[in-house]
Design a protein around this ligand. Structure first.
Ligand code: NAD
Length: 476
């Protein structure tokens, strides 16, 4: 077995395994991953529970050393880890290396944060009494991650968990065991006490509910789809557990008549199609005002058709394959739905390449309305639609008319419209003259409405989820 589970400081085999298939070339099996069962999961939770008290008592220096070690090694090995990532998930090699580097930077950021943990000391309203407000670790945290950022998302959950003194059980997505395994392998040599980080690979539908139900798990951080997230929120509510959910998007990019056309086309090309559109922050609804509409569509369609689609590991490829057969079917069916609803589709056909993989051409759907399914439901593939609007006011209304609220963008040279949009876009992240996707690692990440639930991930705001606040009163 190539990727074993990691429980209480030991690598553990399972009788069943899952093959790790390269979506650019399905004859290339990267390895076989453990498919853990409920017994292994319980063992991992027990190990984390025992380690949690030990790690909670660790010093800022110990935490810094572990996080810095991991960040340094990931950055030193970013090319190798990026290649592994591209081979198992299908994003292009530069994107894979970029994501690996980001994971390293996240560990470096939280290494610094480990040294900067503060509290408040206040005067009491009663004479002679002192009040301290401090943050304590939550305890055992369950981490459930998706396939589309196979190293960065586990990193942005594990790093703050360790930084603030918690122990974790990571349940990564079934499609990407290699990156999770590689990350935990580095953590296993970082000086962490046994049991602080545990890895249990296996089926989400089987392991997920147990991870949430177990009383020793005090908090769940989840990134994935809305239906799975809703179920997790309900189960955590019933168990009175802390929960943080990052889910889907149907992110609008508004393009106004006064936009710089090149900037707008660049931003939309990147936001909609890079990483094969498999980003929760992908620009999937392009809301374009009348006077620039035709020029914008012509320029974007030309750039889109010129994108080189192919094997993620080949030099010069700009868009890799879709992650698996099921996602490819879903993308193609949304292209059909859009055309059945009256949209005009360019691209969007299945492609054949030298190796057998899940390739499709990026798709642009024009002449759509915001009521169509293509504009209401997340596709999670390289499919963007264009909605023609009269003016800025209509654009803002359409941008906000969605159940999601992750990222929202505008391309304009008008300071007035940019400022108004930043204040009134119903989204957790707002981009001006930039793609809706592509964020920094040191600031909060997350959305509003149906995209997110609970406190923010990343940056200093991560402390809110990975700690609980304690208020202490002393009469000296
Ligand atoms: P998914 O919901 O199918 O799976 C996510 C994780 O949940 C996997 O590890 C899976 O095994 C596990 N899981 C499955 N059933 C479960 C259950 N019943 N209980 C607990 N866990 C369970 O999502 P996916 O297909 O892996 O990822 C794609 C989705 O993730 C998209 O909707 C995308 O928008 C979203 N996403 C969101 C963000 C964000 O930060 N907002 C980032 C990346 C991806």
């Amino acid at each position: 077995m190539d990727y074993k589970n990691f429980i209480g400081g030991a690598w553990v085999e399972t009788s069943a395994t899952t093959p790790n298939v390269n979506p650019s070339d399905i004859s290339d099996i990267l390895g076989h991953a453990a498919r853990g069962d409920l017994t292994q999961l319980d063992q991992a939770i027990d190990a984390a529970d025992q380690a949690a008290a030990i790690w909670a008592a660790s010093t800022p220096q110990q935490r810094f050393d572990v996080l810095d070690f991991v960040g340094t090694e990931i950055l030193a090995r970013k090319e190798e880890l990026g290649r592994l990532l591209s081979r198992e998930e299908g994003k292009t090699l530069p994107e894979g290396i970029g994501e690996a580097a980001r994971a390293g930077q996240i560990f470096k950021f939280f290494a610094g944060e480990a040294l900067r943990q503060t509290g408040d000391k206040l005067a009491s309203v009663r004479p002679g009494i002192e009040v301290d407000v401090t943050r304590s670790p939550v305890g055992v945290v369950g981490l459930i991650t998706p396939w589309n950022f196979p190293i960065a998302i586990p990193a942005w959950k594990i790093a703050p968990a360790i930084c603030y003194g918690n122990a974790v059980v990571l349940k990564p997505a079934e499609l990407v065991p290699g990156c999770a395994h590689a990350l935990v392998e580095i953590l296993s040599r970082s000086g962490l006490p046994e049991g602080v980080v545990n890895l249990v690979m296996g089926r989400g539908s089987e392991l997920g509910p147990r991870l949430i139900e177990n009383d020793k798990v005090r908090a769940i951080s989840f990134t994935g789809s809305v239906p799975t997230g809703r179920g997790i929120a309900a189960a955590c509510g019933a168990g009175l557990k802390k929960v943080q959910l990052e889910m889907g998007g149907k992110n609008p990019m508004v393009v106004l008549d006064d936009a710089d056309l090149d900037i707008a086309v660049d931003a939309c090309l990147n936001g909609a199609f890079f990483s094969t559109g498999q980003r929760c922050t992908a620009s999937s609804r392009l809301v374009v005002t009348e006077a620039i509409h035709d020029r914008f569509v012509a320029a974007l369609a030309e750039r889109m058709s010129a994108l080189k689609v192919g094997n993620a590991l080949e030099a010069g490829i700009q868009m890799g394959p879709v992650v698996d057969a099921r996602q490819l079917e879903q993308n193609l069916s949304y292209v059909d739905i859009a055309s059945g609803e009256g949209g005009r589709v360019q691209g969007g056909e299945r492609l054949n390449r030298e190796t057998e993989g899940f390739y499709m051409a990026p798709a642009l759907v024009t002449e759509t309305s915001n009521a169509m399914r293509i504009n209401r439901e997340e596709v999670f593939g390289p499919v963007a639609s264009v909605i023609r609007v009269k003016d800025y006011d209509e654009a803002l209304n359409i941008a906000n008319d969605t159940e999601f609220g992750l990222s929202s963008g505008i391309c304009t040279t008008s300071l007035k419209h940019a400022s108004h949009f930043k204040a009134n876009a119903q989204a957790g992240m707002v981009m001006v003259n930039l793609p809706t996707a592509g964020v920094d690692y040191h600031v909060p990440f997350g959305g509003t409405k149906g995209s997110s639930f609970g406190s923010r991930e990343q940056g200093r705001y991560a402390a809110e989820f990975y700690t609980s606040v304690k208020t202490a009163y002393t009469l000296p």
